[in-house]
Ligand binder design. Structure first.
Ligand SMILES: [Zn+2]
Length: 191
């Protein structure tokens, strides 16, 4: 049974350069995360991905009074994971923010998505697979990575943040650095 899980947060085209809600240099984390994927795959540890999976009229979009332009709408290219990231074919995918009236930043609000159905919560899935430690990377440091890391700690997982495998939005300068400090203060280890 795996003890460790790599959680790849929202490494989607819309959060990468050229996307609807691009994180500056967001794609620079791809080769870093690829190294971690290869290592976890080799060691038979668990790898999971999370994705924003919004309907086209999602509550977080500006047309509905939300803060963001439309992004990660299911079925659009922006929803897909970055094409340069290789993942094992059976990598479990967790979708979040799929209800039009509910936003979700944390991967722990995501449900396992397989065969058109959404079932298990991420924390339950990890526990069922014997996971006690999680390694978190992806986009964006100051939003979904932060929320995912804080929830991982709350759920009792030993939590590592892959420092060079995350990038932030920095709506206010320094948001990402502050998020990393907060994650560390709450008990996450930077690696
Ligand atoms: Zn979103």
């Amino acid at each position: 049974m795996p003890q460790k899980a790599l959680i790849i947060v929202d490494l989607q085209n819309d959060f990468c350069p050229g996307g609807a809600l691009a994180v500056t240099n967001g794609d620079q984390v791809v080769p870093v995360i690829q190294d971690w994927v290869n290592r976890f795959h080799h060691d038979h540890q668990l790898i999971v991905t999370t994705q924003d999976a919004h309907p086209s009229n999602h509550v977080s979009f500006q047309a509905q009074g939300g803060p963001w332009p439309p992004h990660c709408v299911v079925g659009t290219p922006g929803f897909r994971l970055h094409p340069d990231l290789w993942l094992p074919a059976d990598t479990p995918q967790f979708h979040k923010g799929f209800r039009e009236d509910q936003d979700a930043y944390s991967g722990f609000e995501g449900l396992l998505s397989e065969g058109g159905q959404r079932t298990l919560l991420l924390a339950d899935f990890l526990r069922q697979n014997g996971v006690t430690e999680v390694y978190v990377a992806g986009l964006a440091t100051d939003y979904c990575v932060r929320a995912t890391v804080l929830d991982a700690l709350k759920e009792g997982f030993k939590t590592w943040v892959i420092a060079d495998g995350v990038k932030g939005v920095d709506v206010n300068p320094g948001d990402s650095d502050r998020a990393l400090v907060e994650m560390a203060r709450r008990g996450a280890e930077l690696i």
